[in-house]
Design a protein around this ligand. Structure first.
Ligand SMILES: *Cc1c(COP(=O)(O)O)cnc(C)c1O
Length: 384
């Protein structure tokens, strides 16, 4: 079935006992056993598995075209379980502009277990390939990246990684953080990735009312390992949150179309404004690697960034004048949000590192919501 249909129906079987059309929220921590070692139904203890999470995982797997998905308490919990696959002395190769929280997890948590992260010189398949060593066990990329929306050819990275063998004689695992495009716009497993990671907090949930995460894989052994870490670590998605996410998913493809339409309108407006130094939007024909939008995506999310003329003072004045856009971290909700990456999502990066990759003090990231584009543009025009 096609995406719009899967979004509405996948994981949404009517309840076999009473026909409830929407999956009931399963508020139980445990399930009665029929005898020693005998389950009554499919479930035993809710951390290991439960009907609400099972339905959500089926739904995310269907949207990613994956054999399996697992859901977690946050995007970072999902990332943590993926990194649990590594052992001391393993290396992770990533790009310079990876999500700030991933950067922190690599450098301030896993580094102390002697799992070392190496940043490729650039966000390019060639650069990633040259960073691979006999210790590389994992390659971690994002496209479009946060916050500069850098595009990287996922299939080409997958091809180059597939040729590499590390000291254990195995190919490094390719992980794609697919949060920005959401499964509605890009499916990395079909492009050769081994693991897809999501912060469901963003477009999948879509209403800025839940924190969640997910991973999707095709490989059975990989799924079993990740499922083991999901249960062992226990950072699982609660049943109420599973319900909210599944409710969000039903309108995901619909929302993404409106986010995209509005993003084009807002990007065009900003590009022509005299107080704007630069607009970063992958939809522009002259955006680096713009051809990848058609090659590997079904459209664009509502994400763009721009550099206002000036510095922190001008950013602050601009933010203070906005009436509709809300200044907040996060993205992907129905309401339009603006943030200042240098002091929020990427504050974990040293300043020198930030400037090097273009996260300057005058950079503003925009998550364009699904309001009327005219109202959004009026608000920006007034504040600028
Ligand atoms: C938000 C985000 C994360 C982390 O997700 P949480 O749900 O906040 O833990 C990871 N990757 C990207 C690209 C994100 O935007």
């Amino acid at each position: 079935m096609k995406l719009d249909t899967l979004a509405v129906h996948a994981g949404q079987r009517p309840d076999p006992h009473n026909g409830a059309v929407t999956v009931p929220v399963s508020l139980t921590s445990t399930f009665q056993l029929a005898g020693i070692g005998k389950l009554t139904g499919d479930f035993e203890y809710a951390r290991s598995d439960n009907p609400s999470r099972h339905a959500l995982e089926d739904s995310i797997a269907a949207l990613e075209g994956a054999a399996h998905a697992l859901s977690f308490a946050s995007g970072q919990a999902a990332s943590t379980s993926i990194l649990s696959l590594l052992v001391p002395d393993d290396e992770v190769v990533t790009t310079p502009n990876v999500y700030g929280g991933s950067y922190r997890l690599f450098h301030n948590v896993y580094n102390k277990y002697n799992i070392v992260t190496v940043h490729a010189e650039q966000s390019s398949p060639e650069s990633i390939q040259s960073a691979l060593t006999d210790k590389t066990a994992m390659v971690w990329i994002e496209s479009p990246s946060n916050p500069l929306l850098t595009l990287i050819d996922i299939a080409e990275v997958a091809e180059r990684v597939a040729k590499h063998r590390n000291r254990k004689g195995v190919k490094p695992l390719l992980v794609v953080d697919n949060t920005f495009p959401s499964p509605a716009l890009q499916n990395p497993l079909a492009l050769g990735a081994d693991i897809v990671a999501h912060s469901c907090t963003k477009y999948i949930g879509g209403h800025s009312d839940v924190i969640g995460g997910a991973v999707a894989v095709n490989d059975e052994t990989l799924w079993q390992s990740l499922k083991f870490y999901q249960n062992a670590g226990g950072a699982v998605q609660g049943p109420m949150d599973c319900y909210l996410l599944q409710r969000g998913i039903r309108t995901l493809p619909l929302r993404m179309r409106k986010h995209e339409e509005n993003a084009y309108r807002v990007a065009e407006f900003l590009r022509g404004h005299k107080h704007v130094e630069q607009v970063i939007f992958p939809g522009f024909e002259d955006f680096p690697n713009h051809h990848l939008v058609k090659k590997q995506m079904r459209g664009l999310p509502g994400m763009l960034a721009f550099k206002i003329r000036g510095g922190v003072k001008e950013v602050e004045q601009f933010f203070a004048k906005l009436k509709l856009f809300i200044m907040a971290e996060s993205l992907g909700g129905v309401e339009s949000l603006l943030c200042h990456p240098a002091s929020t999502s990427h504050a974990a990066l040293p300043e020198s590192e930030r400037n090097k990759i273009g996260i300057t003090d005058n950079l503003i990231r925009v998550s364009v919501g699904i309001e009327d584009a005219e109202d959004l543009i009026d608000d920006l025009r007034n504040a600028l």
